[in-house]
Design a protein around this ligand. Structure first.
Ligand SMILES: [Zn+2]
Length: 96
């Protein structure tokens, strides 16, 4: 039993390291399958590890700036928010 805990479990944990690292990522299913079926080949394990470590693609957040939103003005040239009744953009100097 001692041998089990000190040799077998760490070996299992090491074998499934790519799956453990990818647990909270969207590619977890793929990493787990690759790890499970091709992990015994060193190449398969390394590919699974690299796949697990490569992060999820960053989500693109598009923010539309509406003119006059919130009572402020936005520069028509660069979109920079302007305070009050500014006549020139404080960012690019363009006339508003
Ligand atoms: Zn501007």
């Amino acid at each position: 039993m001692t041998v089990f805990f000190f040799l077998f479990l760490p070996a299992i944990a090491l074998y499934f390291l790519p799956s453990i690292l990818a647990y909270n990522k969207s590619n977890f299913g793929g990493v787990l399958l690759l790890n499970l079926f091709l992990g015994w080949t060193l190449i398969g394990w390394i590919v699974a590890l690299i796949w697990a470590l490569s992060g999820d693609p960053q989500q693109v957040v598009v923010v539309h700036q509406a003119a006059g939103y919130g009572g402020g003005n936005f520069c028509p040239r660069c979109g920079w928010a302007q305070a009050g009744r500014a006549r020139f953009c404080s960012n690019c100097g363009s006339a508003i």
